[in-house]
Design a protein around this ligand. Structure first.
Ligand SMILES: Nc1ncnc2c1ncn2[C@@H]1O[C@H](COP(=O)(O)OP(=O)(O)O)[C@@H](O)[C@H]1O
Ligand SMILES: O=P(O)(O)O[C@H]1O[C@H](CO)[C@@H](O[C@H]2O[C@H](CO)[C@@H](O)[C@H](O)[C@H]2O)[C@H](O)[C@H]1O
Length: 560
């Protein structure tokens, strides 16, 4: 049986493997080696990087893409609280040595020890850091790959790729992806991105900082992405038809997000996954399946990179997706912003809601055509209902405000469990790959009014294996219906929700032939499950928003 990643494997020859830097920029070569049979028509010789003078230089050489020429020495990080005595990774009990093959040999000695004090201060301040408020027991280096070593003929600028496991009490270790710039001095524009100066280890004396914010290093990453092949344990893949226009100025996206994205000109957006789980990320898997099926409802991936290091768990043999470069949709607005504007003026957004319903149904049809679909029997529905009931219990235990509704909400899941028993032949509930976390913020409307769905990662709180399971498409519909409710209740205009939920269902039914309003048991179960998820999400992240899912739970508790 072909595993999902097999579809990507072997599509691109791995031309640049070999050498400690896998044939990528090395001090000796200074240019990316370009194979004469490069698949990229726009490739050929690459412009040398605008790097800085060697040895303590403060003056950029040539035309630097950084406009800010004031360079700053970043002070050492303030001392951080020592790790609990004996904790792995602390000075008292150093983390176990990293597995050799995952770490570029030249940077291995002392790297983790030099990173540790910087990570203790910097990581918990990052939006994407999942274990906020918990002490850090220790770190383990899961991978380190020098994409550009500092100190060669191109000056002291370096780019290091790191995968680090962070151990915290009460949760499984989280693996984070870091792209670290290294330089003795930082332009003032980059000071806020600094982790601090490394003391000891291979970067002793260099300041480490968050590389995506440095346009020179973001440009270098794009250059690396357009060259299929390997650097150490990282594998870069490019779609054969990908065209890379020259001089795409990079900028880090300022959108609220769970990862870090770099926008290149108006052409591409690179999402760098921050908390990574072993295996293929569904954002790549599903976007690619849709793009290859010719869907217009997706931002096509053109290149991506993965770690080949085996991870724990069921996806151990698959590469782990680390970043995806996709078509950027210039001039687009997200559905959440558009809906809020409409709610504010009690406007009529029904045509857009119906178009979004049609777009959702088109995506479901494309996914069903590209990937397996199966009928769910009674037992599968019972298991699904049991999972929902378990999530309700867990949420009620955590969020007191959910408890008054819990008993009545359980009837939604009991009805789902019974559905299997009464299923008529030909009317079985089917499961297929779906978006998994569909809401208005995951839909972008382009300047011509066309809707495109983004972020096929699924609900971030669920384990990757669960997010990649087939599920009834009505789950996405329920997610979007919840979102119309959110937009309306955010601005206190409940009737707006009902009109637009209806319009969305009408659009969905027009393309799929299945009207979600005619599946009340399924819709109620999935809406309840989503609102339960949202109650926990809001209690944890935005307590002021908790009344929004609570009002839905109150409604769902009394509906039949
Ligand atoms: N292809 C794209 N074109 C234009 N903007 C995009 C594109 N993909 C994402 N964005 C913008 O970036 C934001 C975050 O993207 P998303 O994939 O949801 O990131 P995350 O999973 O990190 O939260 C979106 O809300 C949107 O504003
Ligand atoms: O966008 P993410 O994949 O990070 O999804 C998470 O965050 C969402 C909020 O940004 C959250 O969505 C909830 O709030 C939205 C309004 O901000 C609303 O439109 C959605 O319907 C509601 O679920 C999502 O649940 C969470 O997984």
């Amino acid at each position: 049986m072909r595993r999902p990643h097999d579809r990507y494997a072997g599509r691109q020859p791995e031309r640049y493997a070999g050498g400690p830097y896998g044939g990528f920029l090395s001090p000796a070569r200074g240019r990316l080696p370009v194979s004469p049979d490069s698949p990229n028509p726009s490739s050929g010789r690459l412009a040398p990087l605008p790097l800085v003078e060697a040895a303590g230089c403060a003056t950029p050489r040539g035309k630097d893409v950084m406009s800010d020429s004031s360079w700053t020495r970043v002070p050492s990080a303030p001392p951080t609280a020592p790790a609990p005595t004996g904790a792995p990774g602390s000075a008292a009990a150093p983390a176990p040595p990293p597995a050799a093959p995952a770490v570029t040999p030249s940077v291995a000695p002392g790297l983790l020890r030099s990173l540790e004090p910087l990570l203790r201060g910097w990581l918990p301040r990052q939006r994407w850091f999942a274990g906020k408020g918990l002490p850090i027991n220790g770190f383990r280096l899961a991978g380190a790959t020098e994409l550009m070593p500092p100190g060669g003929s191109h000056g002291p600028l370096g780019l290091l790729h790191v995968l680090v496991d962070v151990e915290q009490p009460g949760r499984p270790a989280d693996c984070y992806q870091l792209l670290l710039g290294a330089h003795p001095l930082l332009p003032s524009a980059l000071v806020r991105t600094a982790l601090g100066p490394a003391v000891g280890g291979p970067y002793d004396g260099l300041t480490l900082y968050d590389a995506p914010h440095d346009p020179r290093l973001a440009a270098l990453l794009l250059e690396r992405l357009r060259m299929p092949g390997r650097t150490g344990r990282l594998r870069f893949t490019t779609e054969p038809h990908a065209v890379f226009p020259p001089a795409l100025a990079p900028r880090v996206s300022t959108a609220e997000q769970s990862n870090t994205s770099v926008v290149y000109g108006d052409a591409y957006i690179l999402k760098l996954f921050r908390r990574v789980s072993p295996g293929t990320n569904p954002d790549l898997e599903l976007s690619l399946a849709l793009a290859r099926a010719g869907s217009r409802r997706v931002a096509e991936p053109v290149a991506w990179f993965e770690s080949l290091e085996p991870g724990p768990g069921p996806a151990a043999e698959e590469p782990t997706t680390l970043g995806v470069l996709q078509r950027f949709l210039p001039g687009s607005s997200d559905g959440w912003a558009l809906a809020l504007a409409s709610v504010a003026e009690d406007g009529d957004f029904r045509a857009e809601a119906a178009a979004l319903g049609r777009a959702t149904a088109e995506v479901h049809a494309s996914l069903a055509a590209a990937l397996p679909v199966r009928a769910l029997g009674g037992e599968a529905l019972e298991r699904m209902a049991a999972g929902m009931a378990r999530r309700l219990d867990e949420t009620a235990a955590e969020v007191a405000a959910v408890r008054p509704y819990a008993a009545a909400l359980r009837s939604a899941f009991d009805d789902l469990a019974k559905l299997g028993a009464g299923t008529l032949p030909g009317h079985a509930v089917t499961a297929q790959r779906i978006h998994g976390d569909l809401h208005l913020g995951q839909a972008l409307r382009g300047p011509a009014g066309e809707w495109v769905l983004i972020d096929f990662e699924g609900e971030p709180a669920r384990p990757l294996a669960e997010r990649r399971k087939a599920a009834p498409p009505v789950q996405d519909v329920a997610g979007m219906l919840r979102s119309f409710d959110y937009a309306a209740h955010h601005s206190g205009n409940g009737p707006w929700a009902a009109r637009h939920r209806d319009a969305y269902c009408t659009g969905y039914a027009a393309v799929s032939g299945t009207d979600p309003r005619e599946q009340p048991v399924l819709i109620r179960a999935f809406e309840t499950d989503k609102a339960v998820y949202e109650a926990r999400y809001e209690a944890r992240h935005r307590p002021a928003w908790l009344p929004i899912p609570l009002s839905a739970l109150a409604r769902l508790a009394t509906s039949v």
